[in-house]
Structures are given as structure tokens and as C-alpha cells.
Design a protein around this ligand. Structure first.
Ligand SMILES: NC(=O)C1=CN([C@@H]2O[C@H](COP(=O)(O)OP(=O)(O)OC[C@H]3O[C@@H](n4cnc5c(N)ncnc54)[C@H](O)[C@@H]3O)[C@@H](O)[C@H]2O)C=CC1
Ligand SMILES: O=C(CO)COP(=O)(O)O
Length: 325
């Protein structure tokens, strides 16, 4: 059992992961930005903003986020904030994070650097013990203890892998030593979830839905074949599992964004909504990565064009069909 684990981010995923690992750790310290969230966790064992109905385990404590994180007792720190926040946070808390095992659950791609979260964390901290966690893992279902599979991207270090297995023992785990490939799966699946939402806003039949799903997965695999050092990535939870979950289930924020844009319910100012739409922030980087690797990714391009306001969904979808391989 790990004596203490820190979790940066008291949102849906930070709270859910804290609840899951709190059964395997002596103490879990969650760092949040909002005083009312910190107070609700410490006073009532509830995160009333994200999971008002879920009583949190008593060994979960909350502290207000600051640049002087009190994590001296924590052997590991999980970074569970939106990808846009990761670099600033690890840069500001560099000293406190030194020597810790750092795990990222964020699914995003920095632009214009095109770096994944683990690459940013390694760049900012220099910590050798890094891992990423990614799979079909809706936070609410984790929080309530339902089964989920996840891929741990981590170097082939037996001690580190044992620590990860113990910390995330409530999950069905597979492993990969290609952290970038694992993280790019999480980035790509968000883009295709938006695209599938857009497609489904135009075409409502089962054949049409699964035809497009296959087109997305084919494009995703083409990209991964070009970049992944792990030849088994395609059957890992971070890939097929998370792609299927997010593209098919309306609980997904990314899929919902695609549906709403496709139905013209929202226009691009949605980024100010406060909801974490990771795919809309990452799609530009994916389009650029595809160009850099000389890979045709018409669906990622379609998502980017529509979100950029360059096209309307029906015209773009019809173009996709005409060009379908
Ligand atoms: N919600 C889910 O089902 C899952 C989310 N993830 C990933 O987890 C990451 C976090 O997303 P969610 O928890 O879903 O978002 P969320 O919007 O539910 O929560 C994000 C939290 O981060 C906090 N935050 C933002 N900047 C901060 C800072 N500088 N310092 C401290 N806290 C800060 C916000 O106050 C908020 O509480 C994303 O990359 C997402 O893709 C991964 C798997 C599942
Ligand atoms: O990553 C997730 C599930 O694995 C959460 O998906 P959304 O960000 O689309 O809600």
C-alpha cells in the first residue's frame, strides 16, 4: 500500500481517481482551486460540485491548490486537470514534484509544440518515474466503483509497474512502454468522438453510424501504425476501448459537442462554457501531426474545419463520403 498519493485537480476525474485509489493508499490529498470544493470534501466527505451524491472515503483530504504544494508525504502525484493547464502547473510546482512518481490522466496535445502531457511533465520536471493512464474510463463510473479497463503507459521498469498495478488495482490493466502512443490514442479518440457526434447529427441510422465509426477507426489505426512503437497498441484499452466508449456514448462531452455543433445548437464560443472539451483543443495539433507524418486524415480535418467555422457539417459529411477510401 502506498502511504500517501497527491491528486492535482478536484474535478470529475481527479475526484473519481482519488476515490478509487483511496482504497489502496493510506491517504489521498486532492488539490483543488475552489475553496468551497475543498471545504465540502474536508467537512462532509463530499465533492458537492462534481459528485454531490457520492460519499468520499474518509482518507481523502483536500487542500487548496498553490504553488507550494504540501506533498512531502506523497510518493506519487496524479495530474488530473485539463491538458491546457498541465504545463503551467508542473512548472510552478517543479520543486515539490521532484523525486515523485508522476502520473497523468489528461488527454490532450499541446499546440504548437505537439507534445503530449507526459512529454511536457518530463520536460518541466525531469522526473524519471513517469506514467500515463488512459482507457474507457468515464469518471462517474469510476467514482461509483464500476469495472473499467485502462492502459498504463510506463517504461518497462518492474518496480514502477508493480507500483502502478497496486495503485490502480481496481482497474483491469494493460501496459505499454510507448507513452506517446498511449497518450495519442486518448487525443485521437476525442477528435473522433466529436466527428461521430457531427456525423450522427446528420445521419441517424445504425448502418450509417457504424460505417462512419469504422472509417474513424481505420484513420486512427493508419496514424498509429505510423507513430506507435508498440505494435499491440490497437487492442489496448487506451485505443479500441476508449475510442468505442467515447464515440458511441452520449455521456461523452466530446461526442456531445459534435452533436450540438452538428445540430447548430452551439457555435464556437462553447470553449468559454467551462466544460472540458479536450478534443476541440487537440484537433489542430492532430491535423498538423498528420501533415508532418504525411498521413491523410480527412476525418480529423473535417472536425477541425467544422469547429473552425470553415464549413457546415452536411457539406463536409457529404465530401467525406465522396472521398471515402
Ligand atoms: N471526466 C472523465 O470522464 C475523464 C476525464 N479524463 C481527462 O482528465 C482531464 C481532466 O478532466 P476532467 O476532470 O474531466 O475535467 P473537469 O472539468 O471535470 O475538472 C477539471 C478540474 O481541474 C481544475 N483545474 C483547472 N486548472 C487548475 C489548476 N491550475 N490547478 C488546480 N486545479 C485546476 C478545475 O477547477 C476542475 O475542477 C482531462 O484531460 C480529461 O480528458 C480522462 C478520463 C475520463
Ligand atoms: O476520456 C473520457 C472517457 O474515457 C471522457 O470522455 P469525454 O471527455 O468525451 O467526456
Amino acid at each position: 500500500m502506498i502511504p500517501a498519493v497527491g491528486v492535482i485537480g478536484a474535478g470529475s476525474m481527479g475526484t473519481a481517481i482519488a476515490q478509487s485509489i483511496s482504497r489502496r493508499a493510506g491517504e489521498v490529498i486532492v488539490f483543488g482551486r475552489r475553496q468551497e470544493v475543498v471545504d465540502s470534501i474536508n467537512t462532509d466527505n463530499y465533492n458537492k460540485r462534481y459528485f454531490p451524491g457520492l460519499r468520499l472515503n474518509p482518507n481523502i483530504r483536500a487542500r487548496l491548490m498553490s504553488d507550494r504544494l504540501d506533498i512531502a508525504d506523497c510518493a506519487a502525484v496524479i495530474i488530473a486537470v485539463p491538458s491546457s493547464e498541465v504545463r503551467a502547473i508542473v512548472n510552478a510546482t517543479h520543486d515539490e514534484l521532484t523525486g515523485k512518481i508522476l502520473i497523468t490522466v489528461a488527454k490532450g496535445l499541446e499546440y504548437p509544440s505537439l507534445k503530449t502531457m507526459s512529454e511536457i511533465i518530463r520536460e518541466e520536471t525531469g522526473n524519471p518515474d513517469l506514467a500515463c493512464f488512459s482507457g474507457p474510463t468515464f469518471a462517474d463510473e469510476i467514482a461509483y466503483g464500476h469495472i473499467a479497463g485502462a492502459t498504463i503507459g510506463v517504461d518497462d521498469d518492474p518496480l514502477l509497474r508493480t507500483t502502478m498495478s497496486d495503485m490502480f488495482s481496481e482497474f483491469i490493466l494493460d501496459f505499454s512502454d510507448d507513452l506517446r502512443a498511449v497518450e495519442l490514442c486518448g487525443v485521437l479518440k476525442n477528435v473522433y468522438a466529436i466527428g461521430t457526434g457531427m456525423w450522427d447529427s446528420v445521419y441517424g441510422n445504425h448502418n450509417e453510424h457504424y460505417t462512419f465509426l469504422n472509417m474513424c477507426y481505420k484513420e486512427m489505426c493508419t496514424f498509429l501504425k505510423a507513430i506507435s512503437l508498440d505494435e499491440d497498441i490497437f487492442t489496448k484499452f487506451c485505443c479500441f476501448g476508449d475510442f468505442s466508449l467515447t464515440a458511441n456514448v452520449d455521456k461523452s462531452r466530446n461526442r456531445t459537442l459534435g452533436l450540438m455543433v452538428g445540430k447548430k445548437i452551439v457555435k464556437t464560443p462553447y470553449l468559454e462554457s467551462g466544460v472540458t472539451f479536450e478534443g476541440s483543443r487537440s484537433v489542430k495539433g492532430i491535423v498538423e501531426l498528420a501533415k508532418n507524418h504525411n498521413i491523410g486524415m480527412p476525418i480529423a480535418r473535417f472536425v477541425y474545419d467544422v469547429l473552425s467555422g470553415n464549413n457546415n457539417v452536411r457539406e463536409s459529411v457529404d465530401t467525406l463520403i465522396r472521398k471515402a477510401p
